[in-house]
Design a protein around this ligand. Sequence first.
Ligand code: 5GP
Ligand code: MN
Length: 336
Amino acid sequence: MLDIASVARLLEQPRKIVITTHHKPDGDALGSSLGLYNYLIQQGHHAKVVVPSDYPDFLSWMPGNEEVIIYTENVTAADTLIAEAEMIFCLDFNALSRINAMTDSVRASQAVKLMIDHHLEPEDFDDFRYWDINACATAQLVYTFIADALNNKALINKDVATCLYTGILTDSASFRLPKTTAEVHLIAAELINAGAVNWRIHELVYNSSTENRLRFLGHCLSNKLEVLYDYNTAIVTVTQAELEQYDVQTGDTEGIVNFALSIVNIKLAAFIVERTDGIKLSLRSKGEFPANEICKKYFSGGGHRNAAGGRSDKPLDQVVQELKDILPNYKKLLIQ
Ligand code: 5GP
Ligand code: MN
């Protein structure tokens, strides 16, 4: 493992750098990646953000967005960048399998791999680790990495600040989740001072629904929400046909699970969707309930205690039944 002094030394000269993040990047994945990108280019590095898949329109406005390479849409160019990179920053993920189609190329690259992340139980694929599960967002860690570890706060300009603020805003669910400490608010204040326009960022991220997206949400809440009061659990299930019927785009399903969790006394909420490549589960929980344990144990996934995901190749009905059958094992935690 490298120490921070060695990383700082490596960054003293212009380097070929790839920054990557997890499949289906969310606000923190993209915000932390572009925040780091906007920092590195100021120092003359040849940096590129390469993401494994597309991402929602409500994230497609951050500074540097037009330079992002989507791996699946540009495999040859991306593979060349990855193979020739001297450093690869791996942001907001803890296992190489989370970068899907990019996994093999990144694993094979001779580049120094630097993980900046806040997920539990990181896998051992990195040469440098800046990791803290208590961080509310990877963007928070990118901030302290630049400002404190590299002692370069002066380079947190408006572009860097805008991206990092977006990451913190989205991963803390608008400064609501328990990891939103006083320090997080102080960092947010620093980012606003550095040029992030907080109300405008909120507007761009949260007031950007299409009519379809809202109608789809209405459909989910009216017709697809099942509340299991015996287990304080709420489940929303969506079929492939419904995704087509409502012309659901990447990102349109984001946040639906939180409506289910917002029901009083509900401890666990699940959003289960039938995609072309299998069933995807998104779990959210309140308090001590370990949503990540269920995802890890039963659905080849993982995540944080209160926000986790997984997948399955079984039919949708069967996956929903499997989840329901698991609930009795957790009854004590769910009804306390
Ligand atoms: P989401 O439900 O928004 O897709 O994911 C919530 C969180 O769960 C993510 O931040 C990520 O940490 C984790 N997560 C989602 N899907 C997977 C998965 O397939 N594997 C693992 N290990 N974690 C996941
Ligand atoms: Mn994150």
